[in-house]
Design a protein around this ligand. Structure first.
Ligand SMILES: [Zn+2]
Length: 308
């Protein structure tokens, strides 16, 4: 959120999330644009996939090999993470944030509403483990969740967007949650135009910073989900015949959830709202800065210049 504050000091909320060094890579490692950061996460994910294949020819892998693979990739940058057994009946696995003040974790799929400063210290993998908790039963699930992990350590903004700072504004929290759930929950049977109308209805009741934050959250969630499914399929395609049904299953989930179409819609709505916000700042502040450079700043600060 720093870049937004830089553009309009009194306009946007400042961040109350403290992402500790144990939950993010230093800037010297993951500098650059949003696209470059995602490319770095992609390289890490590919390295882990190769490492796991070297360690085991099976569809499963040991918790030790998975842990060691991540530690080798991150080298001297110590990121905190733990691996637990996934008990959920609806998800295959998950990645959550670990906070310093609380022992429980938040799934990255949830929006995390905070009313005070929160320290994010690391991550909690929930994976399909064997009974003795020494093996991960599906390498593909391990790779999927690891991609979420790499996306987050390379892009600390992803955490920030999902930690909403809507202090004492219950209506805004309700609207924010609904926008998120419409994107996260709507199935393939809901046409894009219907989803757009429903979301716009809620966004119109929000002020600019609330709407922008809600759309940023949606956008971050969709991006890392697309990455994670793509990496899972990429791994399975190393043995296309053997994994044919698994590949079709993952492709079907991805298609049903319409992640790409939803990301396109979120980007469109975000661009529209940024345009409106920019115009109102321009009028209010009567800034000496030119309209074009202000627009460029917004686009750069939000990674929209990456055309993604
Ligand atoms: Zn996922």
């Amino acid at each position: 959120m720093k870049s937004l504050v830089k553009i309009a000091p009194n306009y946007f909320y400042s961040s109350s999330t403290n992402i500790k060094n144990t939950a993010r890579l230093p800037l010297s490692v993951c500098r650059g644009s949003e696209r470059e950061r995602f490319e770095l996460a992609q390289r890490y994910s590919d390295m882990l996939s190769e490492h796991l294949d070297k360690c085991s020819k099976n569809d499963s892998c040991s918790v030790e090999d998975f842990t060691q693979g991540i530690l080798n990739i991150l080298g001297k940058n110590k990121i905190k993470f733990v691996i637990n057994r996934n008990h959920s009946v609806i998800s295959r696995g998950s990645l959550g944030r670990k906070t310093s003040s609380e022992s429980f974790t938040y799934s990255l799929g949830d929006i995390f509403y905070t009313h005070s400063t929160t320290n994010i210290e690391g991550y909690n993998f929930e994976l399909p483990l064997s009974k003795d908790k020494t093996r991960i039963k599906s390498k593909e699930v391990a790779i999927h969740e690891a991609r979420h992990f790499f996306d987050h350590v390379c892009n600390p903004k992803l955490i920030d967007f999902r930690t909403l700072k809507l202090v004492h504004d219950d209506e805004a929290i309700k609207l924010n949650r609904r926008v998120y759930e419409r994107f996260a929950g709507m199935s393939a049977f809901v046409p894009k135009c219907v989803l757009k109308k429903l979301v716009e209805h809620d966004l119109n009741k929000m002020n600019d910073e609330q709407a922008i934050e809600a759309l940023q959250t949606v956008r971050a969630t969709l991006k890392t989900e697309i990455n994670a499914y793509n990496d899972g399929i990429k791994y399975l395609k190393k043995k296309p015949v053997k994994n044919m049904f698994a590949i079709l299953n993952i492709a079907d989930i991805k298609y049903s959830c319409k992640y790409e179409q939803k990301l396109k819609l979120a980007n469109e709505l975000l661009a529209q709202r940024l345009k409106l916000a920019r115009e109102s700042i321009h009028i209010e502040q009567k800034s000496s800065k030119s309209k074009t450079s202000l627009q460029d700043d917004f686009r750069l600060s939000l990674g929209l210049s990456d055309n993604s």
